[in-house]
Write a protein that binds this ligand. Structure first.
Ligand code: PMP
Length: 364
């Protein structure tokens, strides 16, 4: 009788590319001024919290959620200019939509492409789904090098391209003409990721109705609903019908559907908070620029990227003073000595700048 094979271990069984990954890192923010994750710092608008409490209390959590979440999709259409001929696909955060898109096109050898530096989940999800990741570096000022992107598209022939505008962690938006050139040169799908649309002037929601290989992805995470986990994709019904087959049933839970539907009917109140953050962003940029040696990059998002000598030590100095920002200085060579700070309430912003000044003085 042959001996039983040795039982599987994680090392023997899990794919090597997964073993090599580090899990998406979330810093412990307990007790800190939390300016690391682009959350909206404001509580729900007056009266809405109580109203939501009643709505959520009455929500039928003993039942599976509405599978098509039609009421929520209708609320999105009432709040935003989704073109009439386009459909909406909902995700448990836009992270889930990135994964759905990758799963749909991940044939052996297929390429997922983006720019560099950008949101890390594009690369991670390429790995999750067995796709090869290709990226095109931005210029040193984080602008798009269109010719380099077009060359990359030609060389790599990606099935799926993600272009976030404004970009994370750099904050700058890209030009419509460049996006349209990229769409025309992309052999697969171009997904314009407008996670930060609420804090700038551009909207590309019109593109999917005009360009056959473009989809637009957004999230409500930055607009005060990060905890609800809700992102959406806008595009031609023919694309979304295929993607919908890969969506796990009931991916948007009952409480999220009820809460987001109600909140979107108060969209103006959420947009007003975004407008406040946008105005405070320029005050924060001015305060940062007043610190000698600091370079602040232009931002159309609810965060600022800035370069400051000894950034890693200053990140620690800020943390020691109870302020959590994101240290991106080792994420990419173009980000050397860069930190990213989310725009908070005026009091949080003042506290952050004071802590940074102290930390700078401490380093001498
Ligand atoms: N796209 C970009 C560019 C982001 O920065 C983020 C969040 N940081 C996301 C997508 C994902 O957002 P969520 O899953 O919360 O919708």
């Amino acid at each position: 009788m042959s001996a039983h094979p040795a039982p599987a271990t994680p090392q023997s069984l899990i794919r090597p590319e997964v073993l090599a990954l580090s899990a998406y890192h979330v810093a412990d923010a307990s007790g800190m001024v939390k300016l690391d994750a682009m959350e909206n710092p404001y509580p729900l608008p007056e009266g809405l919290a109580a109203e939501l409490g009643a709505l959520l209390g009455a929500a039928p959590i003993n039942r599976y959620p509405a599978a098509d979440a039609q009421a929520l999709k209708d609320a999105i259409r009432r709040a935003l200019d989704v073109p009439a001929g386009c459909d909406i696909l909902l995700g448990n955060g836009s992270d889930e939509i990135i994964q759905l898109l990758a799963m749909a096109v991940a044939r052996p050898g297929a390429v997922l492409a983006s720019i560099d530096p950008t949101f890390v989940m594009f690369r991670m999800i390429a790995t999750f789904t067995g796709m090869r990741y290709a990226s095109c570096p931005l210029r040193a000022d984080f602008s798009l090098d269109l010719d380099a992107v077009l060359r990359m598209l030609e060389a790599e022939r990606p099935a799926l391209v993600f272009l976030p505008t404004p970009n994370n962690p750099t904050g700058n938006p890209f030009a419509r003409a460049d996006i349209e050139r990229i769409a025309a040169a992309t052999p697969g799908l171009l997904v314009v990721d407008e996670a930060y649309y609420a804090f700038g002037d551009s909207s590309f929601l019109d593109l999917p109705a005009r360009l056959p290989n473009v989809l637009v992805m957004r999230t409500f995470s930055k607009l005060g609903m990060a905890g609800l986990r809700l992102g959406f994709l806008v595009g031609a019904p023919a694309w979304l019908a295929e993607l919908d087959k890969l969506r796990l049933p009931y991916n948007v839970n009952v409480l999220t559907q009820v809460a987001a539907t109600r909140l979107l009917d108060s969209y103006d109140a959420l947009a007003a908070q975004a407008a406040t953050l946008r105005a405070d962003r320029s005050k924060l940029a001015d305060a940062l620029r007043a610190i000698p040696g600091t370079e602040v990059f232009p931002s159309d998002a609810n965060f600022l990227l800035f370069r400051i000598p000894r950034a890693a030590a200053l990140f620690d100095g800020l943390a020691a003073r109870g302020v959590l920002v994101k240290n991106v200085s080792r994420a990419h060579p173009l980000l050397a000595d860069c930190l990213r700070v989310t725009v908070g309430t005026p009091a949080e912003n003042v506290r952050f700048v004071a802590a940074l000044r102290e930390a700078v003085a401490d380093l001498g």
